[in-house]
Design a protein around this ligand. Structure first.
Ligand SMILES: [Zn+2]
Length: 461
């Protein structure tokens, strides 16, 4: 049997409708990790949907309790063929974001797979059930075609990613030996452009916090007190306005990264940004001297996620006592991660805004990570994807969004390569989440080719 047979088999798996059937079984589990009443669904997904599938592929499986109380369990499955061959670690998450059931289009229901045009709708189709199903099906196809994989693989599936992966880091630190591997190859997030494979080697970090101006209890009549009472919303707006300039360019020196080096710029050259069903990009927004790809993948960005003073829905004639903005810095490797909020404090104090409090969000922090685009595993995966798809993959040094990648890159010390199988218009984290059939089929073929090629390596790269 040949590489082509492994790829054809998995295409046939898709064309015969078995991929959609399997995906519908995964989607039917209502695994909302943010909804405490659904807690029983989390272990059930592993026990009923994944373990039988993995056992039939020759994996041994262990479901571990989460080291954090009340957080979802963690599945570790492994298939070891030969101790001297390469070992891959893969990852996925079986939990989904809140379903938002009443906001889906007519005829759609989050936990029922609906096939419409080029779309398969359902909560978790893109994030992340469809993605780990594609990888499992590709593994299965290689095992069928070759009789074995030709390499060792461990797979970790967590059930709390949408809660910020509670316990994942502690778990991986404790089980480091059981998770030992040469490289992480996993799938989550969107392709940069739906018709071309994408690889990213890390993620931007995120730091979320509130800025609060709390001057007094209650609100006071804006006629009787206007001109006498300081206005918290105005003070907050003035403070916020010093963080960036009018086009969003960051003005805090410590928040400006030092890592946009020539090799990263080279990697980012000619990458398409925008399109694919997303909103139109504002070319005159963000760091003026950078290209759009450099702004989103190679630089930091500040956002005001939400802000409030008084009651915006029903304003009254009163001066509010309180104003709050939920804020976020997305940052790349090369930013002093531990010093982000102290730098903001110094910046605000130097401008007379001592009254503005900074309150970090619980679980509002993700590390920034990156594997060098020059790493031998990166070139190997890129060559394989190109051979199957006939297209040079888009290679990003890191995803613009965030992932718990530091667990793999820092705690486990692995080079990390993500091959995403969704596309940017997939509505993940929103109503009407879906995957494209064309992308899923393409991704199944690409992963079967990649797993076949790894099996041809006699030893780790
Ligand atoms: Zn998600």
């Amino acid at each position: 049997m040949t590489r082509a047979a492994a790829i054809d088999n998995v295409a046939e798996y898709f064309d015969s409708g078995r991929f959609a059937t399997d995906l519908s079984e995964l989607v039917a589990h209502e695994t909302e990790s943010q909804t405490p009443e659904k807690a029983a669904e989390l272990p059930r997904y592993l026990e009923e949907a994944l373990v039988p599938r993995l056992r039939s592929l020759g994996f041994s499986c262990a479901i571990h309790p989460n080291p954090v109380p009340d957080a979802g369990p963690i599945l570790v499955a492994e298939r070891i063929e030969d101790d001297t061959g390469p070992t891959i670690l893969s990852y996925g998450h079986g939990d989904v974001i809140r379903a938002q059931t009443d906001q889906w289009h007519n005829g759609l229901y989050p936990f029922r797979l609906v096939d419409e045009g080029d779309c398969l709708f359902g909560r978790g189709t893109a994030d992340n059930k469809g993605q780990h199903l594609i990888n499992l099906a590709a593994l299965s196809s290689v095992i069928d075609a070759r009789g074995s994989l030709g390499f060792n693989i461990r797979i970790l599936i967590e059930m709390g990613e949408e809660m910020g992966s509670p316990g994942l880091s502690e778990f991986c630190a404790t089980h480091k030996e059981n998770l030992a591997a040469d490289v992480l190859i996993a799938s989550d997030g969107p392709r940069l452009q739906s018709d071309t494979p994408t690889m990213f080697m890390g993620a931007r970090g995120g730091n979320s916090f509130d800025l609060i101006v709390d001057l007094r209890d209650g609100a006071h009549h804006s006629g009787n007190w206007g001109g006498l009472l300081a206005d918290p919303a105005m003070i907050l707006a003035q403070a916020l306005s010093t963080i960036t300039d009018v086009r969003g360019q960051i003005q805090i020196p410590e928040w400006r990264p030092t890592s946009l080096t020539e090799d990263i710029r080279h990697t980012l050259r000619n990458l398409p940004v925008g399109g694919d069903g997303g909103p139109k990009i504002d070319e005159d927004w963000g760091e003026e001297s950078l290209t759009p790809a450099e702004r989103v993948f190679g630089w930091n960005s500040f956002a005001i996620l939400a802000m409030k003073s008084g009651v915006p829905e029903e304003p009254v004639n009163a001066i509010s006592g309180y104003a709050k903005a939920a804020c976020q810095l997305r940052f790349v490797v090369g930013t002093d991660q531990a010093g982000i909020l102290s730098a903001l404090r110094r910046h605000l104090d130097a401008r007379g805004f001592q009254i503005v409090k900074i309150k970090p969000h619980d679980r509002g922090f993700f590390d920034a990570t990156r594997t060098s685009p020059e790493h031998p595993w990166v070139s190997f995966v890129a060559r394989s994807l190109e051979e199957t798809s006939g297209k040079r993959p888009h290679i990003l040094p890191n995803l613009a969004g965030s992932l718990p990648n530091e667990v793999f890159s820092d705690v486990l010390g692995l080079p990390t390569i993500w091959v995403p199988h969704s596309y940017r218009g997939c509505s993940q984290h929103a109503p009407n989440e879906h995957v494209l059939k064309s992308v899923s089929r393409d991704a199944l073929r690409a992963m079967a080719g990649l797993f076949w090629d790894i099996g041809d390596l006699a030893r780790p790269l």
